[in-house]
Ligand binder design. Sequence first.
Ligand code: PMP
Length: 368
Amino acid sequence: MSFGIDDLPVRDELRGKSPYGAPQLDVPVRLNTNENPYPLPEALVDRIAERVREAARDLNRYPDRDAVELRTGLADYLTKTGSYRVGVENVWAANGSNEVIQQLLQTFGGPGRTAIGFEPSYSMHALIARGTGTGWISGPRNEDFTIDLAAAERWIAENKPDVVFVTTPNNPTGNAVPPETVLALYEAAQAAKPSMVIVDEAYIEFSHGDSLLPLLEGRPNLVVSRTMSKAFGAAGLRLGYLAAHPAVVDAVQLVRLPYHLSAVTQATALAALEHTDTLLGYVEQLKSERDRLVGELKALRCEVVESDANFVQFGRFADSHTAWQKILDQGVLVRDNGIPGWLRVSAGTPEENDAFLDAVRELMKEQS
Ligand code: PMP
């Protein structure tokens, strides 16, 4: 018998658990991890090379620990694209919004504390909670995947969590959470504890509605987290960030590793910010492809959750895993998140979406 994880003295709460693992299969059409299908424009690739070359000359030194130039660029981006002024003192950045969330849970969660999320939602919230020793409470949603506000308020009052996650637009379902619901959850969380409310806006640039950044005004226990992985088409860069009261930015610095953001990462992200307008142009194309997917899936007699993200949850299948496999057999990889009856597809290029729709057409013919 081979030596495995269970033979090691790993922490009890990690025993028998699986790591995050969206399949990385080599198939012609990959629409399973909500990536942006468009490669970075050549002009940006050149600019990244230039900026990284400059940074390389200083690689004998540690990078700017506080990433001030990058945080200033991110603050300017948020101010320019939203209706709320954000300053460098409001912004913190890390290696992907996963690391931002980890730092937030290290700061505000941890042993003896709990976090709540309304599931199904982004599975890493619960996994990062576990990794940081934070207890996890799986809060309720309605059948149509909206948050059941009355039940959520009750759960918050009863459980008094230290951290409340709200993902809008939600992953994997795609629906946005109305600002009034977020406000009511914030009020409930403050009355119960007070606790931190983390609004995960990884997909907000694809939304029909606006960012909830203006809600930060006068709400120091609110955090909005964002990423360059989706709208900026830079999942490989690993750059996430948050906007919040400056005290939150000070607090996460208690747990961040020194020099956590490499000089190469900072240089690359700054180059990407210089090309914001081109990159946001791709977002518009993806939004219209997303809307086309919703329309065509409905025409194929699928049920679809209205989407504000760059992906669409569709179903319902008697056996969603078999449906997933049949779509894969036609060379298209979508996501089975384990929600009975449902699958999720990321919006790709028009050609990729056509291939996906052809595969679903075949599948529906078989099922009828
Ligand atoms: N939040 C949500 C809701 C996500 O779906 C994802 C990525 N799938 C992330 C955060 C993490 O993104 P990243 O670490 O690439 O910024």
